[in-house]
Design a protein around this ligand. Sequence first.
Ligand code: ZN
Length: 438
Amino acid sequence: MKRNLKTYRKYAESLLEFIDASPTPFHATGELAALLKAEGFAELQEADSWSLKKNGRYYVTRNDSSLVAFVMGSQSAEQAGFKIIGAHTDSPNLRLKPNPAYEKSGYVQLGVEVYGGVLLATWTDRDLSLAGRVVLESKKGQPVSRLLKIDKPLLRIPQLAIHLNREVNDKGLKLNKQTHLPPILQMAEKNLSSEKVLKELVAGELKCKVEEIVSLDLALYDVQASTFAGPNDEFVFAPRLDNLASCHAATIALLEAPKQDSTTRVLAFYDHEEVGSESAQGGGSPFLKDALERIVMDTKNSREALMRAIAKSVFISADMAHAVHPNYADKHEDRHLPLINAGPVIKTNAGQRYATDGVSSAHFELLCKRAGVNVQKFVVRSDMGCGSTIGPITAANLGIRTVDVGNPMLSMHSIREMAGSQDHGDLIQVFREYFSAE
Ligand code: ZN
Protein backbone atom coordinates (compact mmCIF):
# COMPACT_ATOMS: atom_id res chain seq x y z
CA MET A 1 0.00 0.00 0.00
CA LYS A 2 1.41 3.39 -1.04
CA ARG A 3 0.47 6.39 1.05
CA ASN A 4 1.28 9.94 0.03
CA LEU A 5 2.21 11.14 3.52
CA LYS A 6 2.14 14.83 2.66
CA THR A 7 -1.37 14.60 1.23
CA TYR A 8 -2.48 12.36 4.09
CA ARG A 9 -1.20 14.93 6.59
CA LYS A 10 -3.23 17.65 4.86
CA TYR A 11 -6.38 15.51 4.96
CA ALA A 12 -5.96 14.93 8.69
CA GLU A 13 -5.22 18.63 9.32
CA SER A 14 -8.33 19.65 7.46
CA LEU A 15 -10.34 17.08 9.46
CA LEU A 16 -9.12 18.52 12.78
CA GLU A 17 -9.98 22.07 11.64
CA PHE A 18 -13.44 20.91 10.61
CA ILE A 19 -14.02 19.17 13.96
CA ASP A 20 -12.91 22.19 15.98
CA ALA A 21 -15.24 24.43 13.96
CA SER A 22 -18.15 22.00 14.45
CA PRO A 23 -19.09 21.57 18.12
CA THR A 24 -22.74 20.83 17.20
CA PRO A 25 -24.64 19.31 14.22
CA PHE A 26 -25.72 22.85 13.25
CA HIS A 27 -22.10 23.93 12.94
CA ALA A 28 -21.09 20.71 11.14
CA THR A 29 -23.88 21.16 8.59
CA GLY A 30 -22.95 24.83 8.11
CA GLU A 31 -19.26 23.96 7.62
CA LEU A 32 -20.04 21.19 5.11
CA ALA A 33 -22.45 23.46 3.22
CA ALA A 34 -19.74 26.15 3.02
CA LEU A 35 -17.22 23.61 1.68
CA LEU A 36 -19.68 22.50 -1.00
CA LYS A 37 -20.71 26.05 -1.89
CA ALA A 38 -17.07 27.03 -2.40
CA GLU A 39 -16.82 24.21 -4.98
CA GLY A 40 -19.83 25.36 -6.99
CA PHE A 41 -22.66 23.47 -5.30
CA ALA A 42 -25.93 25.42 -5.44
CA GLU A 43 -28.25 25.42 -2.44
CA LEU A 44 -31.77 24.08 -2.97
CA GLN A 45 -34.75 24.69 -0.68
CA GLU A 46 -37.13 21.83 0.09
CA ALA A 47 -40.04 24.29 -0.12
CA ASP A 48 -39.15 25.37 -3.68
CA SER A 49 -39.69 23.59 -6.97
CA TRP A 50 -36.42 21.97 -8.19
CA SER A 51 -35.16 22.16 -11.73
CA LEU A 52 -31.93 20.18 -12.02
CA LYS A 53 -29.29 20.19 -14.76
CA LYS A 54 -27.19 17.31 -16.11
CA ASN A 55 -23.86 17.28 -14.17
CA GLY A 56 -25.30 20.00 -11.87
CA ARG A 57 -24.06 20.19 -8.26
CA TYR A 58 -26.58 20.79 -5.47
CA TYR A 59 -27.17 20.53 -1.74
CA VAL A 60 -30.16 20.85 0.54
CA THR A 61 -30.38 21.00 4.35
CA ARG A 62 -33.14 20.12 6.82
CA ASN A 63 -33.39 21.78 10.25
CA ASP A 64 -29.87 23.19 9.63
CA SER A 65 -28.59 19.89 11.06
CA SER A 66 -28.92 17.33 8.22
CA LEU A 67 -27.64 17.68 4.67
CA VAL A 68 -28.06 15.92 1.33
CA ALA A 69 -25.68 16.90 -1.50
CA PHE A 70 -25.52 15.47 -4.99
CA VAL A 71 -23.85 15.72 -8.37
CA MET A 72 -26.25 14.87 -11.19
CA GLY A 73 -24.95 12.09 -13.43
CA SER A 74 -24.50 12.43 -17.17
CA GLN A 75 -26.97 9.53 -17.41
CA SER A 76 -30.34 9.47 -15.66
CA ALA A 77 -30.48 7.73 -12.26
CA GLU A 78 -32.92 5.26 -13.79
CA GLN A 79 -30.18 4.23 -16.25
CA ALA A 80 -27.09 4.43 -14.05
CA GLY A 81 -28.32 4.28 -10.42
CA PHE A 82 -26.97 6.24 -7.46
CA LYS A 83 -23.72 6.11 -5.54
CA ILE A 84 -24.49 7.23 -1.99
CA ILE A 85 -22.41 7.67 1.15
CA GLY A 86 -24.30 8.29 4.39
CA ALA A 87 -23.03 9.38 7.82
CA HIS A 88 -24.26 11.33 10.84
CA THR A 89 -23.61 14.89 11.99
CA ASP A 90 -24.43 14.44 15.70
CA SER A 91 -22.29 13.20 18.59
CA PRO A 92 -23.21 12.35 22.18
CA ASN A 93 -23.07 15.38 24.46
CA LEU A 94 -24.79 17.34 27.24
CA ARG A 95 -27.56 19.76 26.22
CA LEU A 96 -29.14 22.66 28.06
CA LYS A 97 -32.67 22.21 29.38
CA PRO A 98 -35.32 24.78 28.30
CA ASN A 99 -35.04 26.68 31.62
CA PRO A 100 -31.42 25.84 32.38
CA ALA A 101 -30.10 28.48 34.77
CA TYR A 102 -30.52 28.17 38.54
CA GLU A 103 -28.79 29.03 41.75
CA LYS A 104 -27.52 26.46 44.25
CA SER A 105 -25.15 26.67 47.20
CA GLY A 106 -23.88 30.06 46.05
CA TYR A 107 -23.25 29.06 42.42
CA VAL A 108 -25.07 29.68 39.14
CA GLN A 109 -25.47 26.32 37.40
CA LEU A 110 -27.02 25.07 34.18
CA GLY A 111 -29.38 22.09 34.01
CA VAL A 112 -28.39 19.61 31.30
CA GLU A 113 -29.88 16.58 29.56
CA VAL A 114 -27.77 13.68 28.34
CA TYR A 115 -27.89 13.35 24.53
CA GLY A 116 -26.99 9.86 23.29
CA GLY A 117 -24.58 7.34 24.82
CA VAL A 118 -22.19 9.76 26.54
CA LEU A 119 -19.13 8.37 28.40
CA LEU A 120 -20.14 10.62 31.28
CA ALA A 121 -16.99 10.52 33.41
CA THR A 122 -14.97 12.06 30.55
CA TRP A 123 -17.03 15.27 30.77
CA THR A 124 -15.84 16.02 34.29
CA ASP A 125 -12.90 18.36 34.91
CA ARG A 126 -12.79 19.58 31.30
CA ASP A 127 -12.74 23.15 29.99
CA LEU A 128 -16.30 23.38 28.71
CA SER A 129 -18.19 26.05 26.82
CA LEU A 130 -21.50 26.54 25.01
CA ALA A 131 -22.41 26.16 21.33
CA GLY A 132 -25.47 25.57 19.20
CA ARG A 133 -28.44 27.44 17.78
CA VAL A 134 -30.19 30.43 19.28
CA VAL A 135 -33.64 31.34 18.01
CA LEU A 136 -34.38 35.07 17.99
CA GLU A 137 -37.57 37.00 17.26
CA SER A 138 -37.36 38.95 14.03
CA LYS A 139 -38.85 42.44 13.62
CA LYS A 140 -41.89 40.78 12.03
CA GLY A 141 -42.35 38.45 14.98
CA GLN A 142 -40.93 35.36 13.23
CA PRO A 143 -38.29 32.91 14.55
CA VAL A 144 -34.77 33.44 13.10
CA SER A 145 -31.88 31.07 13.85
CA ARG A 146 -28.35 32.15 14.68
CA LEU A 147 -25.31 29.98 15.32
CA LEU A 148 -23.49 30.44 18.61
CA LYS A 149 -20.03 29.20 19.62
CA ILE A 150 -18.39 30.77 22.65
CA ASP A 151 -14.64 30.23 22.21
CA LYS A 152 -13.47 30.26 25.81
CA PRO A 153 -13.55 28.04 28.90
CA LEU A 154 -16.85 28.96 30.51
CA LEU A 155 -18.16 25.96 32.41
CA ARG A 156 -16.93 23.02 34.45
CA ILE A 157 -18.33 19.86 35.98
CA PRO A 158 -15.87 19.47 38.85
CA GLN A 159 -15.27 16.00 40.25
CA LEU A 160 -15.67 15.49 43.93
CA ALA A 161 -12.25 15.47 45.67
CA ILE A 162 -10.99 11.96 46.42
CA HIS A 163 -10.95 12.85 50.14
CA LEU A 164 -14.74 13.08 50.01
CA ASN A 165 -15.15 10.01 47.77
CA ARG A 166 -12.53 7.52 48.99
CA GLU A 167 -13.82 4.48 47.11
CA VAL A 168 -14.00 6.11 43.67
CA ASN A 169 -10.95 4.32 42.23
CA ASP A 170 -12.21 0.89 43.24
CA LYS A 171 -15.91 1.32 42.62
CA GLY A 172 -15.74 3.64 39.60
CA LEU A 173 -17.20 7.11 39.16
CA LYS A 174 -20.98 6.85 39.40
CA LEU A 175 -22.76 9.95 38.14
CA ASN A 176 -26.44 10.68 38.68
CA LYS A 177 -27.61 12.34 35.46
CA GLN A 178 -29.93 14.79 37.22
CA THR A 179 -27.85 15.82 40.23
CA HIS A 180 -24.16 15.32 39.35
CA LEU A 181 -23.90 16.73 35.82
CA PRO A 182 -24.99 20.40 35.97
CA PRO A 183 -21.88 22.49 35.29
CA ILE A 184 -20.92 25.57 37.27
CA LEU A 185 -21.17 28.84 35.32
CA GLN A 186 -20.24 31.41 37.95
CA MET A 187 -20.72 32.49 41.57
CA ALA A 188 -24.21 33.70 42.36
CA GLU A 189 -24.68 37.38 43.17
CA LYS A 190 -27.40 39.13 45.13
CA ASN A 191 -30.14 40.70 42.98
CA LEU A 192 -28.93 39.00 39.83
CA SER A 193 -31.23 36.41 38.27
CA SER A 194 -29.50 33.27 36.94
CA GLU A 195 -31.65 33.35 33.81
CA LYS A 196 -30.51 36.89 33.08
CA VAL A 197 -26.85 35.89 33.51
CA LEU A 198 -27.18 33.26 30.78
CA LYS A 199 -29.27 35.39 28.41
CA GLU A 200 -26.92 38.36 28.76
CA LEU A 201 -24.00 36.11 27.98
CA VAL A 202 -25.70 34.85 24.80
CA ALA A 203 -26.91 38.31 23.78
CA GLY A 204 -23.40 39.70 24.26
CA GLU A 205 -21.93 37.03 21.96
CA LEU A 206 -24.58 37.50 19.26
CA LYS A 207 -24.68 41.28 19.66
CA CYS A 208 -28.47 41.21 20.01
CA LYS A 209 -30.89 42.33 22.70
CA VAL A 210 -31.81 39.98 25.58
CA GLU A 211 -35.52 40.47 24.71
CA GLU A 212 -34.95 39.14 21.19
CA ILE A 213 -33.91 35.68 22.50
CA VAL A 214 -36.84 33.27 22.32
CA SER A 215 -35.28 29.81 22.69
CA LEU A 216 -31.94 28.03 22.88
CA ASP A 217 -30.73 24.76 21.28
CA LEU A 218 -27.41 24.81 23.12
CA ALA A 219 -24.96 22.07 24.06
CA LEU A 220 -21.75 21.86 26.05
CA TYR A 221 -18.45 21.24 24.27
CA ASP A 222 -14.76 21.00 25.21
CA VAL A 223 -12.75 24.03 24.06
CA GLN A 224 -9.42 22.11 23.92
CA ALA A 225 -8.28 22.05 20.29
CA SER A 226 -7.85 18.75 18.42
CA THR A 227 -4.28 17.62 17.90
CA PHE A 228 -1.91 15.17 16.23
CA ALA A 229 -0.26 12.90 18.80
CA GLY A 230 2.29 10.11 19.20
CA PRO A 231 6.05 10.16 18.43
CA ASN A 232 5.38 10.31 14.67
CA ASP A 233 2.01 12.04 14.80
CA GLU A 234 0.42 8.71 14.01
CA PHE A 235 -2.66 9.48 16.11
CA VAL A 236 -5.25 12.22 16.29
CA PHE A 237 -6.87 13.16 19.61
CA ALA A 238 -10.14 15.01 19.05
CA PRO A 239 -13.79 15.19 20.05
CA ARG A 240 -16.60 13.99 17.74
CA LEU A 241 -14.43 11.81 15.46
CA ASP A 242 -17.59 9.67 15.61
CA ASN A 243 -18.88 10.67 13.20
CA LEU A 244 -17.55 13.94 11.80
CA ALA A 245 -14.56 12.03 10.39
CA SER A 246 -16.88 10.07 8.07
CA CYS A 247 -18.80 13.22 6.99
CA HIS A 248 -15.50 14.93 6.21
CA ALA A 249 -13.98 11.97 4.33
CA ALA A 250 -17.06 11.53 2.13
CA THR A 251 -17.29 15.25 1.32
CA ILE A 252 -13.60 15.60 0.44
CA ALA A 253 -13.83 12.45 -1.71
CA LEU A 254 -16.77 13.84 -3.68
CA LEU A 255 -15.01 17.19 -4.16
CA GLU A 256 -11.83 15.47 -5.37
CA ALA A 257 -13.57 12.96 -7.67
CA PRO A 258 -13.91 13.78 -11.38
CA LYS A 259 -16.50 16.51 -11.96
CA GLN A 260 -18.56 14.29 -14.24
CA ASP A 261 -19.73 10.72 -13.87
CA SER A 262 -22.48 8.72 -15.51
CA THR A 263 -23.93 7.98 -12.05
CA THR A 264 -25.62 10.51 -9.77
CA ARG A 265 -23.42 10.76 -6.67
CA VAL A 266 -24.97 11.59 -3.30
CA LEU A 267 -23.95 12.49 0.25
CA ALA A 268 -26.52 12.02 3.05
CA PHE A 269 -25.59 13.32 6.49
CA TYR A 270 -28.20 12.91 9.20
CA ASP A 271 -28.76 14.34 12.65
CA HIS A 272 -30.08 12.26 15.57
CA GLU A 273 -28.24 8.98 14.92
CA GLU A 274 -27.07 8.89 18.52
CA VAL A 275 -30.66 8.86 19.80
CA GLY A 276 -32.14 6.34 17.37
CA SER A 277 -32.62 8.35 14.12
CA GLU A 278 -36.39 8.78 14.56
CA SER A 279 -36.92 12.46 13.75
CA ALA A 280 -37.84 14.66 10.79
CA GLN A 281 -34.16 14.99 9.87
CA GLY A 282 -32.83 11.64 11.18
CA GLY A 283 -31.92 8.48 9.27
CA GLY A 284 -35.46 7.20 9.86
CA SER A 285 -36.95 10.21 8.05
CA PRO A 286 -37.83 10.42 4.34
CA PHE A 287 -35.21 13.20 3.83
CA LEU A 288 -32.92 11.19 1.53
CA LYS A 289 -35.76 9.33 -0.18
CA ASP A 290 -37.50 12.65 -0.89
CA ALA A 291 -34.33 14.03 -2.49
CA LEU A 292 -33.71 10.87 -4.57
CA GLU A 293 -37.32 10.88 -5.73
CA ARG A 294 -37.08 14.53 -6.81
CA ILE A 295 -33.83 13.77 -8.68
CA VAL A 296 -35.45 10.91 -10.60
CA MET A 297 -38.74 12.72 -11.20
CA ASP A 298 -36.83 15.66 -12.63
CA THR A 299 -35.99 13.62 -15.73
CA LYS A 300 -38.82 11.07 -15.75
CA ASN A 301 -42.14 11.43 -14.00
CA SER A 302 -42.49 7.83 -12.89
CA ARG A 303 -42.27 5.95 -9.57
CA GLU A 304 -40.92 2.93 -11.42
CA ALA A 305 -37.90 5.00 -12.48
CA LEU A 306 -37.06 5.58 -8.78
CA MET A 307 -37.35 1.87 -8.02
CA ARG A 308 -35.13 1.01 -10.96
CA ALA A 309 -32.58 3.60 -9.84
CA ILE A 310 -32.49 2.21 -6.28
CA ALA A 311 -32.21 -1.37 -7.53
CA LYS A 312 -29.03 -0.36 -9.38
CA SER A 313 -27.46 1.38 -6.37
CA VAL A 314 -25.20 0.59 -3.41
CA PHE A 315 -25.30 2.67 -0.23
CA ILE A 316 -22.16 3.04 1.88
CA SER A 317 -23.04 3.71 5.52
CA ALA A 318 -19.94 5.29 7.04
CA ASP A 319 -19.53 5.37 10.81
CA MET A 320 -16.55 4.83 13.07
CA ALA A 321 -15.49 1.32 14.14
CA HIS A 322 -13.96 -0.09 17.34
CA ALA A 323 -10.23 -0.68 17.11
CA VAL A 324 -8.94 -3.37 19.47
CA HIS A 325 -8.05 -1.88 22.89
CA PRO A 326 -4.82 -3.44 24.22
CA ASN A 327 -6.00 -3.27 27.84
CA TYR A 328 -9.33 -4.90 27.04
CA ALA A 329 -8.49 -7.12 24.06
CA ASP A 330 -10.82 -9.81 25.48
CA LYS A 331 -13.78 -7.55 24.65
CA HIS A 332 -13.08 -8.26 20.98
CA GLU A 333 -13.74 -11.29 18.82
CA ASP A 334 -10.41 -13.13 18.51
CA ARG A 335 -10.24 -13.10 14.72
CA HIS A 336 -11.68 -9.61 14.21
CA LEU A 337 -9.26 -7.18 15.80
CA PRO A 338 -9.15 -3.91 13.80
CA LEU A 339 -5.93 -1.96 14.23
CA ILE A 340 -5.43 1.79 14.00
CA ASN A 341 -3.77 3.00 10.77
CA ALA A 342 -4.44 -0.34 9.08
CA GLY A 343 -7.32 0.81 6.87
CA PRO A 344 -11.13 1.03 6.95
CA VAL A 345 -13.25 -1.64 8.64
CA ILE A 346 -16.23 -3.52 7.17
CA LYS A 347 -18.77 -4.17 9.93
CA THR A 348 -21.05 -7.20 9.90
CA ASN A 349 -23.78 -8.44 12.25
CA ALA A 350 -26.08 -11.41 11.59
CA GLY A 351 -28.82 -9.67 13.58
CA GLN A 352 -28.71 -6.79 11.07
CA ARG A 353 -27.43 -4.17 13.51
CA TYR A 354 -25.15 -3.53 10.54
CA ALA A 355 -26.61 -3.81 7.04
CA THR A 356 -23.58 -5.46 5.40
CA ASP A 357 -24.04 -8.69 3.45
CA GLY A 358 -21.62 -10.76 1.38
CA VAL A 359 -22.31 -8.84 -1.82
CA SER A 360 -22.16 -5.31 -0.36
CA SER A 361 -19.04 -6.32 1.60
CA ALA A 362 -17.44 -7.52 -1.64
CA HIS A 363 -18.34 -4.23 -3.35
CA PHE A 364 -16.44 -2.32 -0.67
CA GLU A 365 -13.53 -4.75 -0.50
CA LEU A 366 -13.03 -4.46 -4.25
CA LEU A 367 -13.14 -0.65 -4.01
CA CYS A 368 -10.35 -0.84 -1.42
CA LYS A 369 -8.40 -3.17 -3.71
CA ARG A 370 -8.72 -0.75 -6.63
CA ALA A 371 -7.69 2.16 -4.39
CA GLY A 372 -4.71 0.18 -3.07
CA VAL A 373 -5.95 0.44 0.52
CA ASN A 374 -5.89 -2.32 3.15
CA VAL A 375 -9.26 -3.36 4.55
CA GLN A 376 -10.21 -4.89 7.93
CA LYS A 377 -13.28 -6.70 9.25
CA PHE A 378 -15.25 -6.40 12.46
CA VAL A 379 -17.89 -8.51 14.12
CA VAL A 380 -18.83 -8.22 17.78
CA ARG A 381 -18.22 -11.17 20.18
CA SER A 382 -21.16 -13.59 20.06
CA ASP A 383 -21.74 -13.15 23.81
CA MET A 384 -22.01 -9.34 23.59
CA GLY A 385 -24.59 -6.88 22.23
CA CYS A 386 -23.82 -4.94 19.06
CA GLY A 387 -24.02 -1.21 18.33
CA SER A 388 -25.81 0.04 15.23
CA THR A 389 -25.71 2.76 12.59
CA ILE A 390 -27.90 4.51 10.02
CA GLY A 391 -27.05 1.56 7.69
CA PRO A 392 -29.89 -0.84 8.59
CA ILE A 393 -32.36 2.07 8.95
CA THR A 394 -31.58 3.45 5.48
CA ALA A 395 -31.49 -0.04 3.99
CA ALA A 396 -34.97 -0.76 5.38
CA ASN A 397 -36.29 2.67 4.36
CA LEU A 398 -35.07 2.65 0.78
CA GLY A 399 -34.72 -1.08 0.13
CA ILE A 400 -31.17 -0.36 -1.01
CA ARG A 401 -28.15 -2.69 -0.84
CA THR A 402 -25.97 -1.34 1.96
CA VAL A 403 -22.52 -1.86 3.45
CA ASP A 404 -21.51 -0.60 6.91
CA VAL A 405 -17.92 0.62 7.08
CA GLY A 406 -15.80 3.04 9.09
CA ASN A 407 -12.38 3.87 10.38
CA PRO A 408 -11.04 2.24 13.55
CA MET A 409 -10.88 4.32 16.72
CA LEU A 410 -10.60 4.15 20.52
CA SER A 411 -12.55 5.94 23.28
CA MET A 412 -15.71 6.14 21.17
CA HIS A 413 -18.24 8.56 22.74
CA SER A 414 -15.62 10.02 25.09
CA ILE A 415 -15.37 13.81 25.14
CA ARG A 416 -11.92 13.26 23.58
CA GLU A 417 -11.58 10.35 21.19
CA MET A 418 -8.56 8.80 19.47
CA ALA A 419 -7.97 7.58 15.93
CA GLY A 420 -5.20 7.13 13.36
CA SER A 421 -3.89 10.05 11.31
CA GLN A 422 -3.28 7.74 8.31
CA ASP A 423 -6.69 6.06 8.25
CA HIS A 424 -8.44 9.27 7.23
CA GLY A 425 -6.46 9.50 3.97
CA ASP A 426 -7.13 5.82 3.27
CA LEU A 427 -10.87 6.28 3.66
CA ILE A 428 -10.85 9.34 1.38
CA GLN A 429 -9.01 7.32 -1.28
CA VAL A 430 -11.59 4.52 -1.14
CA PHE A 431 -14.53 6.94 -1.23
CA ARG A 432 -12.96 8.82 -4.15
CA GLU A 433 -12.60 5.52 -5.98
CA TYR A 434 -16.31 4.87 -5.36
CA PHE A 435 -17.24 8.30 -6.70
CA SER A 436 -15.06 7.89 -9.81
CA ALA A 437 -16.16 6.02 -12.92
CA GLU A 438 -15.45 2.27 -12.87
ZN1 ZN B 1 -21.49 7.01 15.16
